[in-house]
Design a binder for this molecule. Structure first.
Ligand code: 1GP
Length: 254
Protein backbone atom coordinates (compact mmCIF):
# COMPACT_ATOMS: atom_id res chain seq x y z
CA UNK A 1 0.00 0.00 0.00
CA UNK A 2 1.33 3.44 -0.86
CA UNK A 3 0.33 6.88 0.25
CA UNK A 4 1.26 6.80 3.95
CA UNK A 5 2.04 10.37 4.92
CA UNK A 6 5.68 10.83 5.94
CA UNK A 7 6.29 12.70 9.20
CA UNK A 8 6.38 16.46 8.73
CA UNK A 9 9.03 18.87 9.97
CA UNK A 10 7.59 19.24 13.45
CA UNK A 11 7.27 15.50 13.94
CA UNK A 12 10.84 15.14 12.72
CA UNK A 13 11.93 17.71 15.31
CA UNK A 14 10.13 15.74 18.03
CA UNK A 15 11.66 12.47 16.81
CA UNK A 16 15.18 13.97 16.91
CA UNK A 17 14.59 15.26 20.44
CA UNK A 18 13.25 11.85 21.52
CA UNK A 19 16.46 10.22 20.29
CA UNK A 20 18.34 11.94 23.10
CA UNK A 21 15.74 11.03 25.76
CA UNK A 22 12.91 12.76 27.60
CA UNK A 23 11.03 15.57 25.88
CA UNK A 24 9.00 18.41 27.40
CA UNK A 25 6.24 20.56 25.94
CA UNK A 26 5.22 23.84 27.60
CA UNK A 27 1.50 24.56 27.35
CA UNK A 28 0.63 28.24 27.14
CA UNK A 29 -2.93 29.58 27.23
CA UNK A 30 -3.02 32.71 25.05
CA UNK A 31 -6.08 33.97 26.94
CA UNK A 32 -4.10 34.09 30.17
CA UNK A 33 -0.77 34.92 28.55
CA UNK A 34 -1.36 36.87 25.36
CA UNK A 35 1.22 37.94 22.77
CA UNK A 36 4.48 39.11 24.27
CA UNK A 37 3.72 37.55 27.66
CA UNK A 38 3.45 34.18 25.91
CA UNK A 39 6.73 34.89 24.12
CA UNK A 40 8.43 35.63 27.45
CA UNK A 41 7.25 32.34 28.95
CA UNK A 42 8.32 30.47 25.83
CA UNK A 43 11.80 32.03 25.91
CA UNK A 44 12.31 31.09 29.56
CA UNK A 45 10.97 27.58 29.03
CA UNK A 46 13.18 26.89 26.03
CA UNK A 47 16.22 28.23 27.93
CA UNK A 48 15.49 25.59 30.58
CA UNK A 49 15.29 22.85 27.94
CA UNK A 50 11.64 22.66 26.86
CA UNK A 51 11.34 21.24 23.33
CA UNK A 52 8.14 22.76 21.92
CA UNK A 53 5.36 25.16 22.81
CA UNK A 54 1.74 24.01 22.85
CA UNK A 55 -0.80 26.79 22.44
CA UNK A 56 -4.26 26.23 23.82
CA UNK A 57 -6.03 25.58 27.04
CA UNK A 58 -9.21 27.40 27.88
CA UNK A 59 -12.48 27.47 26.00
CA UNK A 60 -13.31 30.12 23.47
CA UNK A 61 -9.82 31.19 22.47
CA UNK A 62 -10.14 33.48 19.48
CA UNK A 63 -8.27 32.86 16.25
CA UNK A 64 -6.78 36.35 16.57
CA UNK A 65 -5.49 35.59 20.07
CA UNK A 66 -3.97 32.31 18.93
CA UNK A 67 -2.42 34.00 15.91
CA UNK A 68 -0.89 36.86 17.89
CA UNK A 69 0.57 34.49 20.49
CA UNK A 70 1.90 32.11 17.82
CA UNK A 71 3.62 34.96 15.94
CA UNK A 72 5.16 36.39 19.11
CA UNK A 73 6.45 32.98 20.23
CA UNK A 74 7.85 32.15 16.80
CA UNK A 75 9.72 35.44 16.88
CA UNK A 76 11.20 34.59 20.28
CA UNK A 77 12.24 30.92 20.12
CA UNK A 78 13.29 28.40 17.50
CA UNK A 79 11.22 25.43 18.69
CA UNK A 80 7.90 24.54 17.05
CA UNK A 81 4.63 26.18 18.06
CA UNK A 82 1.92 23.52 18.07
CA UNK A 83 -1.81 24.17 18.44
CA UNK A 84 -3.50 22.14 21.17
CA UNK A 85 -6.99 22.71 19.79
CA UNK A 86 -10.22 23.13 21.67
CA UNK A 87 -12.07 23.22 18.36
CA UNK A 88 -11.76 24.32 14.75
CA UNK A 89 -11.91 28.00 15.84
CA UNK A 90 -8.48 27.75 17.44
CA UNK A 91 -6.67 27.03 14.18
CA UNK A 92 -4.25 29.66 12.92
CA UNK A 93 -1.80 29.53 10.02
CA UNK A 94 0.73 31.30 12.26
CA UNK A 95 1.51 28.07 14.14
CA UNK A 96 3.74 25.29 12.82
CA UNK A 97 1.51 22.32 13.50
CA UNK A 98 -1.69 21.16 15.13
CA UNK A 99 -2.32 18.16 17.34
CA UNK A 100 -4.93 16.51 15.13
CA UNK A 101 -6.37 14.62 18.05
CA UNK A 102 -9.29 12.34 18.58
CA UNK A 103 -10.71 12.37 22.12
CA UNK A 104 -10.88 8.61 22.28
CA UNK A 105 -13.14 8.21 25.30
CA UNK A 106 -15.63 10.99 24.61
CA UNK A 107 -19.33 10.16 24.31
CA UNK A 108 -19.60 13.06 21.85
CA UNK A 109 -18.82 11.92 18.31
CA UNK A 110 -17.96 15.52 17.41
CA UNK A 111 -14.85 15.22 19.55
CA UNK A 112 -13.99 11.76 18.29
CA UNK A 113 -14.20 12.51 14.55
CA UNK A 114 -16.96 14.87 13.36
CA UNK A 115 -15.24 18.18 14.25
CA UNK A 116 -12.17 16.81 12.47
CA UNK A 117 -14.17 16.33 9.31
CA UNK A 118 -15.22 19.98 9.49
CA UNK A 119 -11.70 21.23 10.33
CA UNK A 120 -9.68 19.10 7.91
CA UNK A 121 -10.07 21.39 4.87
CA UNK A 122 -8.91 24.40 6.94
CA UNK A 123 -5.89 22.49 8.24
CA UNK A 124 -4.93 21.68 4.67
CA UNK A 125 -5.59 25.21 3.38
CA UNK A 126 -3.51 26.76 6.19
CA UNK A 127 -0.59 24.39 5.47
CA UNK A 128 -0.59 23.44 9.14
CA UNK A 129 1.23 20.20 9.83
CA UNK A 130 -1.31 17.78 11.34
CA UNK A 131 0.09 15.47 14.01
CA UNK A 132 -2.33 12.53 14.34
CA UNK A 133 -2.80 11.81 18.03
CA UNK A 134 -4.97 9.66 20.26
CA UNK A 135 -6.04 11.66 23.35
CA UNK A 136 -7.23 9.67 26.33
CA UNK A 137 -8.64 11.23 29.48
CA UNK A 138 -7.89 9.47 32.75
CA UNK A 139 -9.80 10.23 35.96
CA UNK A 140 -10.31 12.80 37.36
CA UNK A 141 -10.23 14.46 33.92
CA UNK A 142 -11.01 17.92 35.32
CA UNK A 143 -12.50 20.43 32.91
CA UNK A 144 -11.59 18.59 29.71
CA UNK A 145 -13.38 15.57 31.13
CA UNK A 146 -16.57 17.62 31.54
CA UNK A 147 -16.42 19.72 28.40
CA UNK A 148 -15.27 16.69 26.44
CA UNK A 149 -18.20 14.57 27.72
CA UNK A 150 -15.72 11.89 28.59
CA UNK A 151 -16.14 8.53 30.29
CA UNK A 152 -12.80 8.89 32.11
CA UNK A 153 -10.66 5.77 32.39
CA UNK A 154 -10.54 4.80 36.10
CA UNK A 155 -7.07 5.29 37.58
CA UNK A 156 -6.67 1.57 38.28
CA UNK A 157 -7.90 0.37 34.88
CA UNK A 158 -4.52 -0.34 33.31
CA UNK A 159 -6.00 -2.76 30.79
CA UNK A 160 -8.61 -0.24 29.67
CA UNK A 161 -6.01 2.51 29.16
CA UNK A 162 -3.64 0.14 27.31
CA UNK A 163 -6.46 -1.05 25.05
CA UNK A 164 -7.41 2.49 24.01
CA UNK A 165 -3.76 3.44 23.49
CA UNK A 166 -2.99 0.41 21.37
CA UNK A 167 -6.16 0.90 19.33
CA UNK A 168 -5.01 4.47 18.60
CA UNK A 169 -1.64 3.17 17.43
CA UNK A 170 -3.26 0.49 15.25
CA UNK A 171 -5.52 3.16 13.73
CA UNK A 172 -2.35 4.94 12.59
CA UNK A 173 -2.03 7.71 15.16
CA UNK A 174 1.56 8.82 15.62
CA UNK A 175 1.37 9.71 19.30
CA UNK A 176 -0.75 8.79 22.32
CA UNK A 177 -1.51 11.35 25.06
CA UNK A 178 -2.65 10.31 28.56
CA UNK A 179 -4.36 13.30 30.17
CA UNK A 180 -5.34 13.54 33.84
CA UNK A 181 -6.81 17.01 33.18
CA UNK A 182 -5.26 20.42 33.57
CA UNK A 183 -4.79 21.21 37.24
CA UNK A 184 -5.48 17.62 38.33
CA UNK A 185 -4.53 17.00 41.98
CA UNK A 186 -2.38 14.02 40.92
CA UNK A 187 -0.87 13.12 37.55
CA UNK A 188 -1.73 9.89 35.71
CA UNK A 189 -0.61 7.01 37.99
CA UNK A 190 2.86 5.65 37.22
CA UNK A 191 1.67 2.00 36.96
CA UNK A 192 -0.77 3.05 34.22
CA UNK A 193 2.00 4.89 32.37
CA UNK A 194 4.14 1.75 32.60
CA UNK A 195 1.35 -0.49 31.28
CA UNK A 196 0.52 1.82 28.37
CA UNK A 197 4.19 2.29 27.50
CA UNK A 198 4.61 -1.49 27.35
CA UNK A 199 1.68 -1.76 24.93
CA UNK A 200 2.89 0.91 22.48
CA UNK A 201 5.61 1.46 19.93
CA UNK A 202 4.63 5.09 19.23
CA UNK A 203 5.73 7.78 21.70
CA UNK A 204 3.68 8.37 24.85
CA UNK A 205 2.79 11.87 26.07
CA UNK A 206 1.63 12.37 29.66
CA UNK A 207 0.09 15.55 31.07
CA UNK A 208 -2.18 16.97 33.72
CA UNK A 209 -1.24 17.70 37.35
CA UNK A 210 2.57 17.56 36.98
CA UNK A 211 3.81 20.13 39.49
CA UNK A 212 7.18 18.98 40.83
CA UNK A 213 10.41 17.26 39.98
CA UNK A 214 9.19 14.21 41.90
CA UNK A 215 6.02 14.03 39.75
CA UNK A 216 8.12 14.25 36.59
CA UNK A 217 10.61 11.64 37.80
CA UNK A 218 7.89 9.09 38.61
CA UNK A 219 6.32 9.46 35.15
CA UNK A 220 9.61 9.41 33.24
CA UNK A 221 10.85 6.40 35.22
CA UNK A 222 7.55 4.67 34.32
CA UNK A 223 8.19 5.23 30.61
CA UNK A 224 6.55 8.55 29.68
CA UNK A 225 8.54 10.01 26.79
CA UNK A 226 6.99 13.47 26.53
CA UNK A 227 5.69 15.49 29.49
CA UNK A 228 3.29 18.40 29.13
CA UNK A 229 2.95 21.07 31.80
CA UNK A 230 0.83 24.21 31.86
CA UNK A 231 -0.59 25.12 35.26
CA UNK A 232 2.74 25.04 37.09
CA UNK A 233 4.03 27.96 34.99
CA UNK A 234 0.77 29.88 35.28
CA UNK A 235 0.84 29.53 39.07
CA UNK A 236 4.55 29.78 39.84
CA UNK A 237 6.20 31.23 36.76
CA UNK A 238 9.39 29.71 35.44
CA UNK A 239 10.97 29.01 38.84
CA UNK A 240 10.02 26.48 41.50
CA UNK A 241 8.20 23.44 40.22
CA UNK A 242 8.78 24.21 36.55
CA UNK A 243 12.53 24.45 37.00
CA UNK A 244 12.56 21.17 38.95
CA UNK A 245 10.52 19.43 36.24
CA UNK A 246 12.90 20.58 33.52
CA UNK A 247 15.88 19.46 35.63
CA UNK A 248 14.32 16.02 35.83
CA UNK A 249 13.61 15.97 32.08
CA UNK A 250 17.25 16.90 31.35
CA UNK A 251 18.39 14.14 33.72
CA UNK A 252 16.45 11.66 31.57
CA UNK A 253 18.43 12.60 28.47
CA UNK A 254 21.45 10.72 27.23
C1 1GP B 1 -3.45 19.95 30.14
O1 1GP B 1 -1.91 18.14 30.20
C2 1GP B 1 -2.03 19.51 30.16
O2 1GP B 1 -4.09 19.61 28.98
C3 1GP B 1 -1.29 20.21 31.24
O3 1GP B 1 -1.87 20.05 32.51
O4 1GP B 1 -2.10 22.36 33.38
O5 1GP B 1 -2.04 20.41 34.95
O6 1GP B 1 0.01 21.13 33.75
P1 1GP B 1 -1.47 21.04 33.71
Amino acid sequence: MTGARPPGRVEQHIARRLERGAVHFTLIDPDKSPGEKAAGIARGAVDLGSDAILLGGSTGISRDGMGAAARAIRGAVDVPVIIFPEGPGSLTPDADAVLFMSLLNSRNLDLVIRAHARAAPAVRAMHLEPIPLGYLVIAPGMRVGEVGQVDPVPRDDLEGASGYALAAELLGMHLVYLEAGSGAPEPVPAPMVRAVRDALTVPLIVGGGIRSGADARALLDAGAQILVTGTVTEEQGLGGGFREILEEVRRHRG
